[in-house]
Design a binder for this molecule. Sequence first.
Ligand code: AKB
Length: 331
Amino acid sequence: VRFFNGFSQDEMPVEETPAPRILITGGLGQLGSGLASLLRKKYGADNVIMSDIVNPPRHVRESGRYIYADILDFKNLQEKVVNEGIDWLIHFSALLSAVGEANVPLAIKVNIEGMHNILEVSKQYKLRVFIPSTIGAFGPTTPRNPTPDLTIQRPQTIYGVAKVHAELMGEYYHQKYGLDFRCLRFPGIISAETPPGGGTTDYSTEIFHDAVTTQRHECFLEHDTRLPMMYIDDCTRATAEVMELPEHRLKQRVYNIQAMSFTPAEIYAEVKKHVPDMEIEYKPDSRQAIADTWPQVLDDTNARLDLGWNHEYDLPKLVTTMLTKIRAQKE
Ligand code: AKB
């Protein structure tokens, strides 16, 4: 069969889909740089724009485009989306669980009001929008092992309350306005290059820095506090993958994902295999009360089935990777 333009099906010129223009908010946090670097490799350096409200370190500026964007200023957000021709918005700005408890009014502003602006601007300009949720979106009445996608959500931190609100608002905008809202519930994320910013799972990154420097870690959680976790490369890959999927593949808007689940005693034992002099002391602080209300294991069956989610890093691979990277940084 020949078409009216003279081509057969095989000869038809393939229309190139242009690379999406992507804006990452909260770009200077734990997740921004890793995701920007992955997306820049896929879509070109100029198409991935990092943003935040402070002057970035030199290496961030040198690694690609960085702009000022204030999620609390709706007009500023509109201007950035229009001037930069944004198609996808990845919204990482947030105060994490521990710092949120220390400054509730600011957490309400950033995590709730800022998120409203993100949804509204995404609706207005028909963007595909990703807002991560978290294990913090669950509370003491949630089944903890395993925690399914659809379950009781009565969190007891402002961070968690704001994340449940974000999940519901995203789903509502999707159902009411057709907004292409996508959301993964992340576990604790462990990273070598960027520090976590005031969360309840931060010990799982700090322990590696201590292993390489002082060989002594003071842990702010009890030895048997089990939490879901993930290495940053799995987290950034999952984010890129969920954004790239055609919309019909999403059977729901919010998915649990995790890679592993461990206690401080278990990660310590794994680190000690490589750092025999390593010592740990448990001194639980206010973060213990938060961790005690969170899931121990997330059930991410739906993400594995619908999205093709698969983790690469288990606990042994996480430990060797983190130690290698941090040792190289300190040399
Ligand atoms: C935190 O501990 O607050 C975060 C999270 C699990 O969302 N890392």
